[in-house]
Ligand binder design. Structure first.
Ligand code: ADP
Ligand code: TRP
Length: 329
């Protein structure tokens, strides 16, 4: 009789930097898929606080952003019973691992990274941490031995670099590290209120959890053309409609699409509806956020537990890495 092999669930890992409050782009690009995947995958999710040090240099601000991001993740539906939810800095061994990985690559190899090139293109003098950022990100991923990394499009290059680092390590020291793959959520880039990619660094975001007034203000500032309410409009060319497609229920979406094509719906009305739908879409999440905000002890417990689970998994792997490269254990 054939014995059935136990099928291990595939493992995923992802992280987000606590460098600002999350927005609709973060939600649809990454948070949503992490939440949806936690039922079917063994999930690892962390707050990339070491990475945030690259840009946040004020102690209180960083501390606050870390706490807020933990709440945001719980609010969008990360379930600590299903997902190992932890702080990157609870595992300082990751920095050790990143150091070891850094011995595998050259300066020109790292110079190809988009984040570094962007900084140069903007005339900034890139910091050392920004330059070596892809190595720490590779350590975050490889240390979990995850198969999949759910991220937005802009992070694919970093995951590719992670794969290369795994191959380089395995070629030099013997197969130990697993090559992960990116997992793209419907492949979309969520546009910001100016039509460019929504990003904290472009000041064009619609925040997920700001108060009503701030959400409304952002929605009302979405850039549109100068057509009048009665003019027919192409929904596919409209920044407001692009966001409706993510948020607005199917039936109402079709109604709005028809009204655009026929003429008769002004941008003000379209924005008002979008605003209402965003508030409705985030209502349950806001309630969950308030629940946890009023129980901060529970929140700290959750993260401590996650830290312990992540350490249990990650530290033995890093110990194997130390042995593989010849360090005395
Ligand atoms: P930001 O550009 O706002 O600083 P981050 O770099 O912190 O965002 O990104 C966190 C996650 O959210 C990443 O996986 C990223 O790919 C995703 N993401 C950010 N902005 C968008 C967007 N506009 N559309 C889709 N995904 C996004
Ligand atoms: N670089 C990612 C970002 O800017 C954050 C990140 C750090 C990450 N380490 C990671 C994402 C590991 C996935 C896996 O959004």
């Amino acid at each position: 009789m054939e014995t059935q092999k136990e099928q291990r669930m595939k493992r995923i890992v992802s992280g987000i930097k606590p460098t600002g409050r999350p927005h609709l782009g973060n939600y649809f690009g990454m948070m949503k898929s992490v939440v949806e995947m936690q039922d079917e995958y063994e999930s690892f999710l962390f707050v990339a606080d070491y990475h945030a040090l690259t840009t946040i240099h004020e102690k209180e601000e960083l501390h606050n952003l870390i706490v807020q991001l933990i709440l945001d993740y719980l609010a969008v539906g990360v379930d600590p019973k299903k997902t190992v939810f932890y702080l990157q800095s609870a595992i300082p061994e990751l920095a050790e691992f990143a150091w070891i990985l850094s011995t595998l690559v050259t300066v020109p190899w790292l110079e190809r990274a988009h984040a570094y090139k962007d900084a140069l293109a903007k005339g900034k003098e890139p910091g050392v941490a920004l330059f070596s950022y892809p190595i720490l990100m590779a350590a975050d991923i490889l240390a979990t031995q995850a198969e999949l990394v759910p991220v937005g499009k802009d992070q694919i290059q970093h995951v590719e670099m992670t794969r290369e680092l795994a191959r380089k390590f395995n070629a030099r020291y013997g197969t130990l590290l697993k090559e992960p793959q990116s997992f793209l959520s419907e492949g979309q880039v969520v546009p910001g209120i100016d039509g460019q990619k929504m990003s904290k660094s472009y000041g064009n975001i619609i925040p997920l959890f700001a108060d009503e007034k701030a959400v409304k203000k952002a929605v009302m500032r979405i850039v549109t053309d100068s057509s009048r309410p009665e003019d027919p409009k192409d929904p596919e060319q409209c920044n407001v409609f692009a966001l409706h497609k993510l948020i607005t229920p199917e039936e109402e979406l079709e109604e709005i699409r028809d009204a655009y094509l026929r003429g008769g719906m002004g941008y003000a009305e379209s924005k008002e509806r979008l605003f209402n739908n965003i508030m409705e879409f985030t209502r349950e999440m806001r309630e969950r956020r308030a629940f946890y905000e009023n129980r901060m002890e529970l929140v700290y417990e959750i993260i401590q537990e996650g830290n312990a689970k992540a350490r249990n998994l990650i530290i033995p792997l890093i110990q194997q890495v130390r042995e593989s490269v010849g360090l005395l254990s």
